[in-house]
Design a protein around this ligand. Structure first.
Ligand SMILES: [Zn+2]
Length: 384
């Protein structure tokens, strides 16, 4: 199916070119066969269009084989890496992470800096701008196209914090800046580069001190009416349950936030819980069975409504691997209206601590309003 969000085409040919360029921008690289499948255009049309795009220098040939592939490697195409760099940032509660990637989705630099939880936003912003400059200094001559920034917590409730971050980066780099919740961006990144790569519809849950997530539909972040989609942590499991920090009762987060799970397991660290599970400790197993069931029930509710059967589990608890995945998968399989249990896919996240920053990169690459032509002047060392 062709992408849904398109600028009004001037001609069918221009529209078809735009489909191909948008697909490459979103996916990084694709073979001609994958472009035929993604756009619905004929093989001959894709062949002619890509020849023109190659001749015009808008796309380039890349030859990296997919992991594990044997035999002849099909040629992949990508946007010209020189079309510009994208910076992705993630403001967590205790550190900021930065990733720089090119238009072909290659990660060309990354860094992170810790800060205490009590650090004021003004200081966090200054640390982040300095770190972003340092990462870009490693790419002399490159052009920065845009910056995508993830921020921990509900960003809709803190317009002043978000506005000041956008202003700081616009002032420092003179390029478009986009912001979003960092858990949502982590889910987007998993769908582009990580555990759900190539799967269009995905439910992502991040299980740490807070429980958040993302709903990815047709490869795009679903935002919802109030820009709050993906808040799995505040789905009610029991109206008479414990009081949640959101003011309501019995939310998923009350039962499965990492501190609660560890306390119930009688341990203080996730690795301690993993060790207990590895030696088949009954208490730890019971705690995981219960947590997995609750997570699975919430995912099954969302999955039933949206007809989605792929879930990715991220955050601190994801380190428990199959111990966590198994009860979630079993619950999902029991409650989703599926013919085959095999239709359910539950995986742990793959991208580690850079997930939110990578999501910032994806946020920009998926935004058709950001031009990505390499024609912008280099502004890598502009004044703050
Ligand atoms: Zn709540």
């Amino acid at each position: 199916m062709p992408p849904r969000r398109l600028h009004p085409p001037r001609s069918p040919r221009r529209a078809h070119e735009a489909w191909i360029l948008e697909h490459l921008r979103r996916q990084g690289r694709a073979s001609r066969a994958e472009l035929v499948e993604a756009t619905g255009l004929s093989r001959a049309t894709v062949s002619a269009l890509t020849a023109d795009l190659l001749a015009a220098g808008k796309v380039v040939v890349t030859k990296t084989a997919a992991p594990g592939r044997v035999g002849r490697t099909p040629q992949s195409l990508s946007l010209d890496p020189a079309a510009g760099l994208v910076l992705g940032l993630d403001f967590g509660h205790t550190r900021v992470a930065v990733v720089a990637a090119d238009a072909a989705h290659e990660i060309v630099g990354s860094a992170s800096r810790p800060y205490p939880r009590t650090t004021p936003w003004e200081t966090r912003r200054a640390i982040a701008v300095r770190l972003a400059r340092k990462v870009l200094d490693g790419q002399p001559g490159a052009t920065l196209a845009a910056v995508g920034i993830g921020i921990a917590g509900s960003i809709g409730d803190r317009p002043a914090v978000v506005g000041a971050i956008r202003e700081a980066f616009t002032g420092a780099f003179g390029v478009p800046v986009r912001t979003d919740n960092n858990a949502r961006l982590a889910g987007l990144a998993e769908s582009v580069w990580g555990a759900a790569r190539g799967i269009p519809d995905v439910l992502y849950v991040r299980l740490s001190s807070g429980v958040g997530g993302a709903v990815i539909l047709d490869g795009r972040v679903h935002r919802g009416r109030g820009d709050a989609a993906g808040e799995f942590g505040h789905v009610c499991l029991d109206p008479a349950g414990p009081l949640c920090r959101c003011g309501r009762r019995g939310c998923l987060e009350c039962y499965v936030r990492v501190e609660t799970v560890l306390a119930h397991g009688g341990v203080t660290t996730v690795s301690g819980l993993a060790e207990a599970l590895d030696r088949d400790d009954q208490r730890a197993r019971g705690v995981l069975a219960e947590a997995g069931q609750r997570i699975g029930l919430v995912l099954a509710g969302a999955g039933s409504v949206l007809d989605v059967s792929t879930a990715v589990l991220g955050g601190d608890l994801a380190a428990l691997g199959e111990h966590l995945v198994r009860p979630v998968r079993q619950t999902l399989a029991r409650h989703l209206p599926l013919d085959e249990v095999d239709d359910v896919t539950v995986r742990t996240a793959e991208l580690g601590d850079l997930d939110g920053a990578l999501g910032g990169v994806a946020l920009v690459l998926h935004d058709p309003s950001i031009t990505f032509t390499g024609s912008l002047p280099p502004r890598l060392t502009g004044s703050a």
